[in-house]
Design a protein around this ligand. Sequence first.
Ligand SMILES: Cc1cc2nc3c(=O)[nH]c(=O)nc-3n(C[C@H](O)[C@H](O)[C@H](O)COP(=O)(O)OP(=O)(O)OC[C@H]3O[C@@H](n4cnc5c(N)ncnc54)[C@H](O)[C@@H]3O)c2cc1C
Length: 275
Amino acid sequence: MTLTLRDNYSEAFKIIEPHGFVSLEAVGGEDLTIVNAARASFDQQSRLHFDWFPAWFDNDEDCECDTPNGRYLDNKPTLSKKDRGLINFLMREGHTSPFEQVESWWRMRLPIFVIRQWQRHRMAEMNEESGRYSVLKDEFWLPVGPGAVRTQVGKPGAYTFEAMEDDTAKYVIDRMEGQNNAAIETYRELLDLGVAKEVARAVLPVSMYSTFVWKVNLHTLFHFLRLRNDEHAQREIREAAAVMEQMIRPHVPVAMEAFDKKYGRGQYAEVVCHG
Ligand SMILES: Cc1cc2nc3c(=O)[nH]c(=O)nc-3n(C[C@H](O)[C@H](O)[C@H](O)COP(=O)(O)OP(=O)(O)OC[C@H]3O[C@@H](n4cnc5c(N)ncnc54)[C@H](O)[C@@H]3O)c2cc1C
């Protein structure tokens, strides 16, 4: 398997705009990989099969498709009912290690305050852009869009967030933008003075964007999605997690269905858009 190399990410899925994106670079494994990891217990293996083949072959002699191979190739092989049942069983009973056999590689650009939350998910591998070796780009996040500037109401652990009045929101965005501009100006001035990048970056805010690559197995990814594509997670990281949940879905459809079923997903699985 080869990882995709791209020159630019303008086509990647845009999130946490204006500079954020998430790109699924590669997936290693599929539903069958999970099945066969579990079947290793009995030194057995499953194969994909074509559900529809026996039905028309046995019953439909007038089938317009006189070249079985043509029809055969047009259809995608699937897991048998037994293997789908096995994935459901593994998920339901918490037999998690077979899900670890599926890996995914992601590339993202997100505000640093989101990445700080991301880094708490330790059972994954991350490499991030370096502020020691490269001059950081003038790219900052601002809470633009309906409800993005919000106030916190309630007690710790049970906060709700309410949109602030338009006038206040505008003032907040102006103030934040002013801070970003002042910070980048100081950063450049310090670099011009010959200050090392690793020192000069200390003036930059957590709203600055940074790029990282993330390798994560499906077990950890499910755990991440449960915690971060959830109403308790901060809106910005949830936006990223919601998009990722949809991006990984077609690669492991049976495992995703089992995940949805066990954790009553659906209500959180929609992509959150913030205008
Ligand atoms: C809504 C929300 C609010 C949060 N608030 C805060 C906060 O205020 N401050 C803060 O620091 N974090 C906070 N976190 C992060 C949280 O505490 C977890 O670190 C984060 O969600 C990652 O979960 P995890 O440790 O289960 O995942 P991973 O790090 O991916 O670990 C996966 C699993 O591996 C096992 N594991 C990993 N490391 C160890 C270890 N060292 N010892 C034993 N078992 C281990 C555990 O079973 C763990 O569940 C918050 C998370 C959420 C979702």
